[in-house]
Design a protein around this ligand. Structure first.
Ligand code: ADP
Ligand code: ZN
Length: 770
């Protein structure tokens, strides 16, 4: 028997399956989807078994090791892999890497052992340990030359090694042995406190058993010491409290409307104004699904929303699995294993959790479905909402998309297409939507107010501080200043790889590239003209924080942006502190706008609302409207609230419609999309070319454009230089494709024709990747 295996190397030339002989003792255990270790060229690599076959003309080598008992890639995951292949045309290996948690992939090493010590030169000898062994990671090539030389002389042996990136955590634990024969047992009254479970050392210490006592007891077989597997639990700061609400009439209607239908893989849109009780409805539906002994997958767009949602889920249902990128490798591995072993029925996570192997799915919920964080825009590009649709179909279970402001495409499909619409148009009880005021900052300037805060916003903040109510301020730009400039010579420091200007962070006095993360220290001295005339230009959120501290010196402010939420648990702490009124003002970027429920917030202020319309994307109006409407919805959730939106250019419909509401916005935005031929009327893709010659790179893309435009239903915009015009020594151009064709085959076919050594072409199935 033979196995077709995909090797875990991302390269054009190994983008196919290789045949291996299955050793006879492995035949009974091996099945499709399992991970194996195989020899590959002069390497040893991990691979995935794609199929098992009776005949092969190519296979010459045997599989070395079988890593799984249950397949890592289940049949459903193969379906998702096929989907991603069709969508992206990416390499197999890249796609497998997307659907398999990285914790299950391998680190590779070489173990080099000295066999003839007397030949090895002294300097090299020093790098080996006392057993004459040196371990090198695969990417370390420092000693390549010497190793080759000594291997030829048979003075060294080289052995390839591999290790899974994360594994089960094992610790020593102790169990009381009732059948011991120790006579001095009376000297250990602490033992009476123990039950027959396993105890960790620190737990025994808590009972008063010192390390010395433990050792004695182990020696006399009173305590049995053994390795046990530890589940790395995710810690939370919150306390559980079950609300158990009874639904209002309107909520009950929506509940019934969903519960009484045949689901069969259908998608539903739950469109409910902010605070209308969408989450309460999720909880009721989840309860029903659990009763049918099925499982639930819930996605939220950002880590910020994990803690509040986890709080409500755990309060209602007890233990759940949580999966997002800020967990440690070990924690993620344990969460994954819990899901894989079928030990848990509710999984909550961000985008990448959409691939977790739940075998009994009965419901998928995507909260805040309008959020573009559901799109992965790097590596293998995918939209978690679309992946969820495929999974719902596979399991014939419903998918619920929830939002106060559905994305244009989803709303369009709910009104004109296959999505079923459920609507909640009011908040429970008598709480009205907050009142809204726009403030034109040009007018403030004319009134000689040069502060970032209008008089109205300042007064309103003071008013809430006096009443001990809370305030949220949205300002959507990171750092202290968007760039720095020399006032003498005009020099603006830019990123050496991306070419875009660097953002200034005052907290650690550094300049950072928002695109690639490059950093350097900031100094007042210009590196070009050597004058002490460098100065930050423009406003970032750190500067707003300084200003608030100046105007309201007695207010407690928490800032929430990408910079302060880098460390694990920080999202949850900020949410918890503000929820428990440990601060008066929460200042943040778009992070604070999403889905958070703070009962004591009665004022929301937005600074420079029109900033969000300046991004070069056809989705800028949608993004701006959603952000403003969402943040406005944070106000007045239990008491009447107020929203103040400041800006310089407030006439745009995306801003005005925050007052008129979603339905008005939807109509206007759809009209805009229709006349310009964007989604949902056409698919929008991009292709990027990257090459050494400026003109040549452009020409390749231009000729491809001409070819594609021969198809009915395809129009192409560009090519234009990419946002990052040059990366390293390569020039970059992009073009945007609008296509009414459902198949991408014509595009992939032509891209293949135009592929050449010197120009790299890449396809982007979603807009705004570039
Ligand atoms: P959404 O998810 O639509 O923003 P939530 O489900 O978070 O709305 O509801 C907003 C607040 O109102 C929550 O604190 C929630 O517990 C409360 N709530 C919603 N429906 C009810 C109800 N029928 N009875 C009591 N409280 C409710
Ligand atoms: Zn950069």
């Amino acid at each position: 028997m033979f196995a077709k295996v995909l090797i875990d190397i991302k390269h054009e030339e190994v983008n196919r399956f290789f045949d291996y002989i299955i050793p006879s003792d492995m035949i009974d255990d091996l099945s499709r989807g399992m991970r194996v270790i195989v020899p590959f060229g002069n390497q040893t690599r991990m691979g995935y078994v794609i199929s098992i076959i009776d005949h092969s003309d190519q296979a010459t080598k045997e599989i070395i090791e079988l890593l799984d008992v249950i397949p890592t890639i289940q049949e459903e995951t193969f379906v998702l892999i096929d989907y991603l292949l069709q969508e992206t045309n990416d390499l197999y290996s890249a796609i497998f890497e997307t659907v398999v948690p990285s914790e299950l992939t391998m680190d590779y090493f070489l173990e080099i052992r000295i066999v003839k010590p007397d030949i090895i030169d002294k300097d090299f000898y020093k790098v080996f340990d006392k057993n004459g062994v040196l371990r090198l990671s695969k990417s370390n090539h420092t000693y390549d030359y010497k190793i080759r030389k000594y291997v030829k002389l048979n003075a060294l042996e080289v052995q390839p090694l591999w290790r899974q990136k994360a594994t089960e955590k094992q610790l020593f634990a102790y169990q009381f042995n009732t059948r011991h024969h120790y006579e001095r047992i009376n000297q250990y009254p602490e033992l009476d406190l123990l039950s027959d479970r396993h105890y960790l050392k620190h737990e025994l210490n808590d009972f008063g058993l010192t390390d010395g006592k433990i050792n004695t007891l182990v020696k006399h077989h009173v305590l049995m010491k053994e390795k046990v597997q530890i589940n790395r639990e995710i810690k939370h700061v919150y306390e559980l409290k079950d609300k158990n609400v009874s639904l209002t009439k309107k909520q009950q209607l929506v509940y019934d409307n969903f519960a009484n239908r045949k689901h069969e893989g259908k998608t539903y849109l739950l469109k409910g104004v902010t605070g209308s009780g969408k989450t309460e409805l999720y909880l009721k539906w989840i309860f029903d699904v659990l009763n049918e002994h099925k499982q639930v997958l819930i996605l939220v767009p950002e880590i910020t929303l994990i803690a509040p949602m986890a709080h409500r889920l755990e309060s209602a249902f007890g233990k759940i699995a949580i999966y997002h990128s800020q967990l440690s490798k070990g924690e993620r591995f344990d969460q994954y294993m819990k899901v894989k072993r079928g030990e848990i029925n509710i999984v909550l996570g961000t985008r990448s959790a959409v691939f977790l192997p739940l075998e009994q799915l009965g419901l998928i919920i995507i909260d805040e479905e309008h959020d573009t964080s559901y799109e992965q825009l790097e590596h293998v590009i995918y939209d978690a909402r679309e992946v969820a649709k495929i999974r719902a179909e596979y399991h014939q279970c419903p998918l619920i998309l929830g939002s106060a402001t559905p994305s244009i495409s989803t709303m369009y499909q709910a009104l004109e297409g296959p999505i079923q619409l459920l609507t909640l148009d009011e908040r429970p009880f008598d709480i009205e939507q907050p009142s809204l005021t726009f403030v034109d900052m040009r007018e403030e300037l004319r009134q000689k107010n040069t502060s970032m805060f209008s008089k109205l916003l300042k007064d309103s903040i003071q008013d809430r501080l006096d009443k001990q109510e809370q305030i949220m301020i949205l300002f959507n730009r990171k750092g202290y200043a968007p760039f720095v400039m020399c006032r003498q010579c005009g020099y603006v420091p830019t990123c050496p790889t991306c070419g875009i200007s660097l953002t200034y962070y005052q907290t650690n006095n550094r300049l950072k590239c928002h695109y690639c993360g490059y950093e350097e220290s900031y100094s007042h001295t210009c590196t070009e003209c050597h004058q002490q005339t460098m100065k930050p230009v423009g406003v970032g959120i750190e500067q707003v924080e300084r200003e608030i501290e100046k105007i309201f010196p007695h207010a407690d402010v928490i800032r929430m942006d990408a910079n302060v939420t880098k460390t694990k648990g920080s999202h949850e702490l900020i949410w918890h502190d503000f929820q428990n009124q440990k601060a008066d003002i929460l200042l943040g970027t778009q992070m604070i706008a999403k889905g958070l429920d703070f009962p004591n917030v009665t004022l929301v202020g937005v600074l420079m609302a029109d900033l969000m319309l300046k991004t070069p994307s056809y989705r800028a109006s949608e993004d701006a409207f959603m952000l403003l409407t969402q943040v406005a919805g944070r106000s007045g959730r239990t008491k009447h609230g107020e929203v103040i939106i400041q800006g310089y250019d407030l006439a745009h419909f995306a801003i005005k419609d925050v007052e008129l509401g979603y339905d008005t916005f939807y109509k206007e935005a759809l009209y805009e999309r229709k006349i310009s031929g964007y989604e949902p009327f056409n698919h929008v893709y991009q292709i990027r070319a990257e090459g050494l010659g400026y003109l040549h790179t452009y020409q390749v893309l231009f000729t491809l454009k001409k070819k594609l435009e021969l198809y009915d239903g395809i129009t192409v915009l560009g090519p234009v230089p990419a946002y990052i015009k040059k990366k390293g020594d390569k020039f970059r151009f992009v073009m945007t494709i609008k296509s009414s064709l459902d198949s991408k085959e014509p595009i992939f076919k032509n891209m293949k024709l135009f592929k050449e050594e010197s120009v790299n072409l890449r396809f982007y199935p979603l807009p705004d990747c570039l």
